[in-house]
Design a binder for this molecule. Structure first.
Ligand code: NAD
Ligand code: SER
Length: 317
């Protein structure tokens, strides 16, 4: 990775990934792009930034060529809850953007990363210890996009030799940029509300387990997979990775250790609850561990301590 083009770089992942990669590979070597521009944001100000709609194939090609990109990190997408509200738009952005990005990678011989998700699994998938290779029949537009995307990335590797790599991210928890409209967002919102109001109303029901990960582990996973020895990769795309699995009562109990007066109640959102019910409780990460040494540093307790400290430093109270 010498010249890295990032799409959707003002989102929850991109905001932190661009900064981390600029620290490693050099400010001028990470070209941030997004549909929107946020003045004063370090992603825009600290290195190259270009406006880019990923559904515009020619514009993506031109920007990649202008900067001699040798790597594409394709993040632009609509997340599960937004995609379910706007399925046709989601198809156009999630699939149209992905095929455009893969074509640029093929034409310009770029290494390629894009994230899949636990959303690529569905109700008929084994729910506990979900294997790397298993049944994938999701019933959401986001899940359909993610399964198709995994297959498309495999296809570009096998057919055209594009060095495609990817992970199935669980819900990501972070304090820098807000999440973009997923089912797992409650596990971010709860920390903000705990500090601001000492209470939280969860839209996900008691007893609903989902895999999660703290953002520093997610960023390391992207970089480590992209730097991994290709001869060791059997799967290449869509490695299961996760750091923890919990349900709302468990994250609330962890927060209460720091904020004893914190309380939580429920107002379940049927749409996001149905999505959560169709996802695994906990996935098996053995392939990622064996093939490129995946390891997460943060569990629920360590993440909660850090989240509350970092949000307090940001002035959230
Ligand atoms: P996000 O919603 O926070 O950010 C997406 C970014 O894409 C936004 O800045 C948005 O402006 C941009 N965008 C939207 N449409 C665009 C378009 N047409 N052209 C260019 N940019 C566009 O998303 P995120 O959480 O950073 O997720 C990035 C990727 O990781 C997605 O593929 C997502 O499915 C995947 N993922 C995320 C999570 C998570 O918990 N955050 C979990 C699993 C997988
Ligand atoms: N956090 C993401 C979502 O809920 C998982 O892909 O959509």
């Amino acid at each position: 990775m010498k010249k890295i083009l990032v799409t959707g770089s003002l989102g929850q992942i991109g905001t932190e990934l661009v900064e981390k990669m600029r620290g490693i590979y050099g400010n001028d070597n990470v070209i941030a792009t997004d549909l929107r521009k946020v003045e004063g944001n370090p992603v825009v100000d600290a290195g190259p930034f270009e406006l880019l709609d990923v559904t515009d194939a020619q514009a993506m090609h031109d920007i990649a060529k202008k900067y001699n990109a040798d790597t594409i990190i394709h993040l632009a997408a609509l997340l599960s809850a937004v995609a379910e509200a706007k399925p046709q738009v989601a198809w156009n952005i999630n699939m149209g953007g992905l095929v455009n990005a893969l074509e640029v990678a093929r034409e310009l011989d770029c290494q390629f990363f894009t994230p899949s998700s636990i959303g690529a699994f569905g109700p008929s998938t084994p729910k506990v210890g979900t294997p790397q290779d298993t049944i994938q029949r999701p019933q959401t537009m986001y899940g359909v996009n993610k399964v198709a995307g995994e297959l498309l990335c495999d296809y570009y590797y096998k057919k055209f030799g594009v060095d495609t790599r990817g992970v199935r991210f669980p819900g990501l928890i972070s304090y820098v940029a807000p999440p973009g409209g997923g089912t797992t967002d409650y596990a971010v919102d709860i920390y903000y509300e705990a500090l601001k109001n000492k209470k939280y109303t969860s839209y996900i029901d008691k007893g609903t387990y989902m895999d999660m990960m703290y953002m520093p582990d997610a960023l390391n996973a992207i970089i480590n997979l992209m730097e991994a020895d290709p001869s060791k990769l059997q799967h290449r795309n869509a490695f299961n990775i996760a750091a923890m699995s919990f349900e709302p009562e468990q994250i609330a109990a962890e927060i209460k250790k720091h904020i004893p007066e914190f309380t939580m109640d429920y107002n379940v959102d049927p749409i996001r609850q149905a999505i959560a019910n169709s996802w695994p409780d906990s996935i098996d990460c053995a392939a990622a561990q064996a093939e490129w040494g995946f390891k997460a540093e943060y569990d629920l307790a360590k993440m909660t301590t850090d989240m509350l400290e970092k949000l307090a430093e940001k002035g959230i109270k």
